[in-house]
Write a protein that binds this ligand. Structure first.
Ligand code: ADP
Ligand code: MG
Length: 570
């Protein structure tokens, strides 16, 4: 849904105006669209492109050195007129003739054809060329009748680089056609787009489904199916494109994963991991990967994958520099690192430098059991902790605690299996907790487990007194790292009453089990009482008033953890 809109009928003109305003170093306005704001080599073949608006960065974003010379802009999703194409072509002409390259939609064919006629009537040498990369729009044996989609950019890029090299108009047309015969795109759509001012989407894809091969304006796809995972979609796209490998292709490819408007870059990268792996597995030489938005349809949900099957000439032209508002390819500023320079991509391996004493190893086994139950309880309470954190924070406390505790269990298990004592197991668990959990609580819990482990050592018996010392160290580490004071509404508010009660019970000669129960009760009461407080630390302090009346998430999860240990302590 388009939210930033004035009078919807002014939307196309205003977006072009704003684009020009923001990109004066690249484009100048001309009736019907934009042309380069920089000088071109006299006699160079000019290439103009265009079509409806609503597809940014197509088409204005591609105007500039090394790419197209001008773009003709129509209304949202509708072709510009012949007179507009004429005007842009005339302004772009450098004396070497004009190629109008576009995406093979019926309206574009008519209007750009008329524009070409008018330019010819003025004595210019003019050619029209179409991009036909969408494999879903016609069978292979009619490939040159297909519509054009995200393959428009690479085809125009390679033809433009040829023009920039000084090729004549026939040669540039030859490059355009060869490039087009080696560029294929396949896409899926998850949701339709909404025209500015409209309240309903132009078309709909049923929830959880995807339209396979759906066109960028909602033109019918091949079929609808379950959406599946990012990997499933990557597989579908890659497999289809591999069926269409052009004759004579030597296996060098560029892959372009394109978001159609509502796909997030994060989602695209997740999908691209699988795309790249599949292409390599198919034996292809992945020369370059591009991930982003190259051809959109307003806020349409979906992705497309384009494969560009290179040869020597196309590789040179594809990699040639260009500089436009939306697409740049610059020479590297510095030499690349040699291939044999690599970095550790895994965290430092967990190692047991010295085996723990028998007593400490036995304690470490108990610690693993407790961590496992803590993780289970955090999983069961993940949503509730997230909701508490969402009141004034960012809603990730449950996710973070689950992720951190799972990593801690795994680390401690692995270490204990190699003979770790309590210290080694807890220090390793703390490292992994903070690595995986992220967030303030992740850092604090990581430090806390490490501090507790260091207090226990790898040799000593872990009796009630040792536990009291370790828990005091745990709480002190939270305070020294986080700097919180009592009453700041953090986990610390539950921890101080907890450790005080625990120490009191131990001093009174009670068992560790009784001490845990006393501590857990104190932590639970304090976590509940934290509802009255206003947060002074962490993310929640910004919206602190909202938090009043609700318990602190970190204090709540701490109390939960204390109860979980207390219930299984004997
Ligand atoms: P983030 O705030 O980074 O999103 P979480 O949501 O996982 O991290 O954890 C939030 C909890 O962390 C808070 O409820 C609070 O108990 C605790 N917290 C935040 N900052 C501090 C601090 N400086 N000292 C102690 N605890 C803190
Ligand atoms: Mg949070």
């Amino acid at each position: 849904m388009t939210k930033l809109v004035n009078d919807p009928s002014d939307f196309p003109a205003q977006l072009v105006e704003g684009f020009i305003e923001a990109n004066r170093r690249y484009v100048r306005p001309v009736f019907g669209g934009v042309v380069r704001a920089t000088k071109s080599t006299p006699g160079k073949v000019a290439i103009i492109t265009g079509g409806g608006t609503g597809h940014y960065p197509a088409f204005t974003g591609w105007v500039g050195a090394g790419l197209v010379d001008g773009a003709v802009t129509g209304n949202i999703f509708s072709s510009p007129s012949g007179s507009q194409a004429y005007s842009v072509g005339k302004a772009a002409d450098q004396g070497g003739g004009v190629i109008i390259g576009f995406l093979n939609y019926a309206g574009d064919v008519l209007h750009f054809g008329q524009g070409a006629e008018r330019l010819r009537a003025d004595g210019l040498e003019v050619r029209t060329c179409v991009v036909t990369d969408d494999v879903a729009s016609a069978p292979m044996d009619q490939w040159n009748t297909r519509r054009g989609i995200a393959g428009g950019l690479p085809v125009l890029k390679m033809a433009s680089a040829a023009a920039e090299e000084g090729m004549n108009i026939d040669e540039v047309v030859g490059v355009f056609e060869k490039a087009n015969s080696r560029v294929r795109t396949f896409g899926v759509a998850f949701s339709g787009c909404t025209l500015p001012g409209a309240s309903e989407a132009l078309f709909e894809v049923p929830a959880g489904q995807m339209g396979v091969g759906l066109g960028v304006h909602g033109e019918p796809g091949i079929y609808e199916t379950e959406r599946g995972t990012a990997d499933d979609i990557a597989g579908l796209l890659v497999d289809k494109l591999l069926e269409e490998r052009p004759d004579g292709a030597d296996g060098r490819v560029v892959a372009v994963l394109n978001g159609l408007g509502a796909a997030k870059y994060e989602e695209l990268f997740v999908t691209y991991t699988s795309v790249a792996a599949r292409l390599r597995k198919a034996g292809l030489d992945l020369v370059e990967g591009e991930v982003g938005e190259f051809m959109t349809s307003l806020d349409m949900g979906g992705v497309s994958l384009t494969l560009i099957w290179l040869d020597d000439e196309l590789e040179r032209l594809y990699l040639a520099p260009c500089d436009t508002a939306a697409y740049k390819r610059a020479p590297l500023m510095h030499e690349p690192l040699p291939d044999d320079v690599t970095f550790n991509v895994e965290p430092e391996a967990l190692t047991v430098r010295r085996e723990g004493s028998e007593a400490s190893r036995a304690a470490a086994k108990h610690i693993v059991e407790h961590l496992r139950r803590i993780n289970e309880q955090l999983v069961a309470n993940e949503a509730r902790l997230g909701e508490l954190d969402a009141i004034a924070g960012d809603g990730d406390h449950g996710i973070g605690m689950v992720r951190g505790s799972r990593a801690a269990v795994e680390a401690a298990e692995e270490l204990v299996a190699s003979g770790a004592g309590a210290q080694t197991a807890l220090v390793g668990a703390g490292d992994r907790w903070s690595e995986r959990a992220g967030g303030a609580s992740g850092a604090l819990w990581g430090a806390a487990l490490t501090a507790a482990g260091n207090a226990l050592g790898d040799d000593d018996e872990v009796d009630a007194a040792a536990q009291a010392r370790a828990l005091r160290a745990l709480v002190s580490s939270i305070q020294s790292l986080g700097g919180a004071e009592l009453g700041d509404k953090t986990m610390f508010d539950a921890q101080i009453p907890f450790v005080t009660a625990f120490e009191g019970a131990v001093a009174a000669g009670e068992s560790a089990s009784a001490a845990w129960k006393a501590g857990a009760q104190a932590a639970t009461d304090a976590a509940e009482a934290s509802a009255e407080l206003e947060p002074k630390r962490g993310r929640a302090r910004v919206l602190s008033q909202r938090s009043v009346g609700h318990a602190d998430p970190g204090a709540t999860s701490f109390a939960l953890i204390a109860r979980t240990v207390a219930e299984h302590c004997d």
